[in-house]
Design a protein around this ligand. Structure first.
Ligand code: SF4
Ligand code: SF4
Length: 1007
């Protein structure tokens, strides 16, 4: 130690004081901002399992290793950061005194060896990561890069600091060796030993190296302290907490069940939710929970989620990474306003910083930075182009961005820091649907059909058992052939698609036949089934989901009355029903043993109760599409593949399979929406499947295990076959493959109809199976003949009344799609769709003659085209609205996404009359607006109802949204010059209050 080194050390300490202060101010800002989120007490414990899960995840790098090279390189850098911090702090002493080392262990050979590994590991690791970033740089080609949209300046800064820190570890140690301060054996310094040979013997040099090492860290502390949005830097600290507090304990991620709708730490239920006090989803950044804020803070901008996102990869404006980044940037920009006590109501009026007279406290507001006040005025979700053109600030999230999500879960699956994208997207949708009434017009029909008819197509419940009459064996129907579950092993949950949709019905019949062959005692609910509510929930209509779930749970309670929990078994063919029944119904009080049909069939094959026989001639080549809600959301990957193996077909995997499977495009209620931007996801998937199948096999099939996927893929294959590709390729369910194999073996027995009074107690399964196989009759189901006669998948399926999107839309001409308003297209086969939904998989904007299901949108009477989802009844209490005032949730006039037919001003102008949900088209299913008390001034609109849009008469066709061109997620920077125009906000005098229940409806969770 001498005067020079003391000076160096003092400089280091003084700079450190400033840098640490800035850093901790950043930490404080982050903590304060996270605390702005809603309470969520579900994440705290149990402590030990959560801690151990976090340690396993970061030490094992269980997520990062999915990208192999990145995995080990990042692991080296991470360990270099954690353990290397000891070497970094050591630099404080080394700057003053080159001989300094940590007492006790600092001079041990073991520590010197560890220091050697840390130094070289950090340098090698960060160099690899730097190269990978450059190889994946978005300069070519933009969308293919997972780093597209990431903030490169922050990433470069972090990379160079890490590199300097790593080099600093090496150089300080090498300097000590060259100066004779340390003389370690070569095995402890296998690299630095040679570096030392190139250095002079200088103690001052050691202090200078130590100061450089120290200052590189100081610069990092200073910069990240000032840049709280630099997730690529902050994740080094926040990732540990984010992993610890993730929603699902164990190895699971936030997949499977959707997060319940929560406000203030409590789960919202229909009967006691109050929009005056509760946050219905997320309409403002402060509506997200603190975990949401922690998610936003932790995003490293690595883009793994983006690289897997089907929406992003097909040209949609949605990137899960950019969405999270946008929320983060907005949150931290708005935080000063919120921390100062600012708060707005649903109409956007200031209610936080107000004076005694209730008016905004301008003096207090003036103290808030203008940028934060401007940010507070930004809408969370909206039409970017329309808003900017109208002089408003761009929304945080573009409308098209929000509705592009298929809930496939690929983002959550891939995220190395356990960010829960889908939860946040669903929360934003909830607000849009339940409060703002802003959602794709096709969903209006879906909501209405679900509420009124209990299925997306608006079909009659009695038709749910039509398929039963189309098979040549008996299928016991609860309530008709059986009045209890006694003697039955499984409830076969058919699902809406399985009951109504022609292609899905093939799966239903195949499974029923196989269960029959295997002598599995099952029954179906028939008319008693109602949609599980999966689409409603993922479309944001939480209360409609609860309503449907309650209805089904009531039916289950009746069916399973007296049956022990472990015997309440349900087998499902639909991956969405499977997910809802097994993962989501427990949230509302329904607990069952649910298996997917591929799991049950696989067990039956293993147990030799089903014996498929290999094809006699030719080769059968199969590729398998993993349904997201079976695979990623529920980790069922093996059973379908084993079944394909059992059928002796040759399985060729697509490049994207298993946990990286590409969505078919139907999830997240996208099944019912038009897909107008970019390439259709089902076409993208089919192209991949056709490339995989190639040519050469006699029979080529795309197998799957979900009716949604089947419909989407069939439409995609049909579209490609129309252009001469994929000739002869067929889309089938895995069950059909097994059924074909079983039929080849000749065992197609039928069972007698179980009459309840004569039904004996459950028989031993094995004995029953043997008996059935032995008595196999020659009966062949009628389905076989048409299958042979129609190798090309004909799109038939269902039509949807109203503006609903009907399945099979891509093959509409002449077949399959019904017309709105009861009108049926000439030559149409199949059924009509009630409401305003759109055919899943349908081509966009096809001419009416080719896509009749889409035409009804302009023909449906307004009363049948609800602009508000059903299911939630809100009573407007007592107050009138000033003329022209926009009620909460009202849609702005002329908003392009509003379906033209919905704009029927008459019923909205007379809110004093209580409209039944079915006839109150302006409210979401489950939410019916009841005006109570006073009328509304002329032209005013009922709360929640879409504005009647005098400037956009109903005859005007709904224009397509141009939002894709400037998605908010891609332009997160908010204009800072504009300030919220509080005065422009209409006086809000009517507020929806409380949630009503439909007569006789049972609250969720109540038995
Ligand atoms: S759930 Fe799927 S579609 Fe939605 S953001 Fe994530 S990856 Fe994209
Ligand atoms: S959300 Fe997760 S996967 Fe996506 S960029 Fe951020 S850290 Fe990476």
């Amino acid at each position: 130690m001498n005067a020079t080194t003391i000076t160096l050390g003092t400089i280091g300490v003084l700079i450190s004081l400033v840098c640490w202060a800035v850093f901790f101010s950043g930490v404080w800002r982050i903590i304060a901002s996270i605390r702005l989120g809603q309470r969520d007490g579900t994440r705290n414990g149990p402590f030990v399992p959560r801690l151990s899960q976090m340690i396993v995840e970061f030490l094992g790098h269980t997520k990062m290793v999915k990208f192999r090279t990145v995995g080990w390189a990042h692991w080296l850098v991470m360990i270099g950061f954690i353990l290397g911090s000891l070497l970094w702090f050591e630099a404080y002493g080394e700057t003053f005194d080159p001989h300094f080392h940590w007492p006790l262990f600092g001079a041990t050979h073991v520590w010197l060896f560890i220091a050697e590994l840390l130094g070289w590991g950090t340098v090698i690791g960060i160099l690899v990561l730097m190269v990978i970033r450059q190889l994946n740089h978005p300069r070519v080609p933009g969308r293919m890069s997972r780093f597209s949209g990431s903030v490169f300046s922050a990433a470069y800064f972090v990379e160079w600091v890490v590199l300097i820190e790593g080099l600093g570890m090496i150089m300080v140690k090498a300097g000590k060796i060259s100066s004779g301060v340390e003389e370690p054996p070569i095995w402890t310094s296998f690299g630095t030993h040679f570096v030392a040979k190139a250095l002079p013997a200088s103690l001052l040099m050691v202090s200078i190296f130590a100061l450089i090492k120290l200052l590189s860290g100081m610069i990092w502390l200073f910069m990240v302290g000032r840049k709280v949005t630099w997730g690529v830097a902050w994740h080094r600290l926040s990732a540990f907490f984010n992993i610890y507090f993730k929603r699902e304990l164990g190895s699971k991620r936030a997949l499977g069940a959707a997060k319940p709708m929560m406000s203030g730490g409590k789960v919202l239920e229909m009967e006691d939710a109050d929009p005056d006090v509760d946050a219905f989803g997320a309409g403002k950044i402060e509506d997200f929970s603190w975990k949401g804020w922690l998610d936003f803070t932790t995003c490293t901008e690595c883009g793994r989620c983006q690289s897997q996102c089907p929406a992003w990869n097909t040209g949609k404006p949605l990137s899960p990474k950019l969405l999270i980044m946008s929320l983060r940037d907005h949150g931290f920009a708005k935080a000063p306003y919120l921390l100062a006590g600012g708060k707005t109501d649903m109409a956007g009026d200031e209610v936080g910083l107000v004076g005694a007279d209730g008016k905004p406290d301008e003096a207090a507001l003036a103290k808030i930075p203008a940028a934060a006040r401007a940010e507070a005025g930004r809408k969370m979700v909206g039409e970017s182009t329309e808003m900017v053109d109208g002089g408003e600030l761009a929304p945080v999230i573009d409308y098209e961005t929000l509705w592009s999500c298929t809930s496939c879960g690929a983002c959550v699956e891939q995220c190395p820091v356990d960010i829960e994208h889908v939860d946040h997207i669903i929360d934003m949708r909830r607000y849009q649907v339940l409060i703002e009434s802003e959602f794709p017009s096709e969903l209006a029909g879906l909501f209405k059909n679900l509420e009124n008819k209990g299925n997306p197509w608006g079909q009659n419940s009695k038709d749910r058992i039509n398929w039963v009459n189309e098979v040549e064996f008996e299928v016991p129907v609860y309530g008709r052939d059986a009045d209890s579950f006694d003697g039955y092993e499984y409830l076969f949950w058919v699902g809406c698609a399985g009951a109504y949709e022609d292609r899905a019905k093939k799966t239903t019949k195949a499974v029923a036949e196989l269960l029959n062959v295997a002598a599995v005692d099952y029954l179906v609910l028939g008319e008693g089934e109602t949609c599980t509510g999966d689409s409603a929930r993922r479309a944001g209509n939480e209360f409609l989901f609860q309503q449907l779930a309650m209805q089904n749970i009531e039916t289950f309670n009746d069916l399973f009355d007296g049956v022990p929990q472990e015997r309440r078994k349900i087998v499902v063919t639909c991956a969405h029903c499977f997910n809802a029944l097994s993962n989501e119904y427990p949230q509302v009080g329904g607990h069952y043993e649910v298996v997917h049909h591929t799991q049950l069939l696989n067990k039956l094959v293993r147990d030799k109760r089903l014996i498929p026989v290999a094809p006699v001639e030719g080769s059968e080549q199969i590729t398998y599409h993993d349904p997201c809600f079976l695979g990623r959301h529920n980790q069922v990957y093996d059973a379908p593949r084993e079944l394909i193996g059992a059928s002796a077909a040759t399985l060729t995997e697509m490049p994207r399979h298993g946990e990286r499977s590409l969505c078919c495009g139907a999830g997240g209620a996208r099944m019912w929406m038009e897909e107008n931007i970019g390439k259709r996801i089902n076409i993208e998937r089919v192209d991949e499947a056709l490339d995989t199948l190639g040519s050469g096999a006699t029979t080529q099939k795309i197998a799957t295990g979900c009716p949604f996927c089947r419909v989407m893929l069939t439409d995609g294959v049909t579209a490609r076959q129309e252009s001469g590709q994929g000739e002869g390729v067929e889309v089938v369910d895995v069950a059909q493959l097994i059924l074909d194999g079983v039929r080849r073996g000749g065992a197609v027995p039928t069972k007698e109809l179980k009459k309840q009074p004569a039904k004996p107690a459950a028989e031993p399964a094995a004995a029953a199976a043997t008996a059935v196989v032995e008595t196999a009759p020659a009966a062949t189901p009628a389905e076989e003949a048409p299958k042979a006669a129609a190798p090309k998948p004909a799109v038939k399926g269902l039509g949807m009344a109203g503006a609903a999107k009907a399945p099979g839309g891509a093959k509409a001409p002449g077949k399959g799609l019904g017309m709105a308003g009861g009108a049926k297209a000439p030559g149409a086969k199949g059924l009509g769709l009630a409401g305003g939904a759109k055919a899943p998989g349908a081509k966009k904007a096809a001419p009416a003659a080719q896509a009749p299901a889409e035409a009804p949108a302009t023909e449906a009477p307004a009363a049948e085209t609800p602009a508000k989802p059903a299911g939630l009844s809100v009573k407007a209490k007592g107050l009138g609205m000033a003329g022209g005032a926009k009620a909460p949730g009202a849609k702005k006039p002329g908003a392009p996404k509003t379906a033209a037919p919905a704009a029927e001003p008459a019923p909205e102008a007379t809110p004093a009359t209580e409209a039944p949900a079915a006839e109150a088209p302006a409210k979401p299913a489950g939410l019916s607006v009841k005006a109570k008390g006073l009328g509304m001034a002329g032209g005013a609109k009922a709360p929640g109802a879409r504005r009647s849009a005098p400037a956009a008469p109903k005859s005007e066709p709904a224009p397509e949204a141009p939002a894709a061109e400037t998605p908010a997620a891609e332009a997160p920077e908010a204009p800072t010059t504009a300030t919220p125009q509080a005065d422009d906000k209409p006086a809000l005098s009517v507020k929806p209050k409380g949630l009503g229940m439909r007569g006789g409806a049972k609250p969720p969770g109540k038995r």
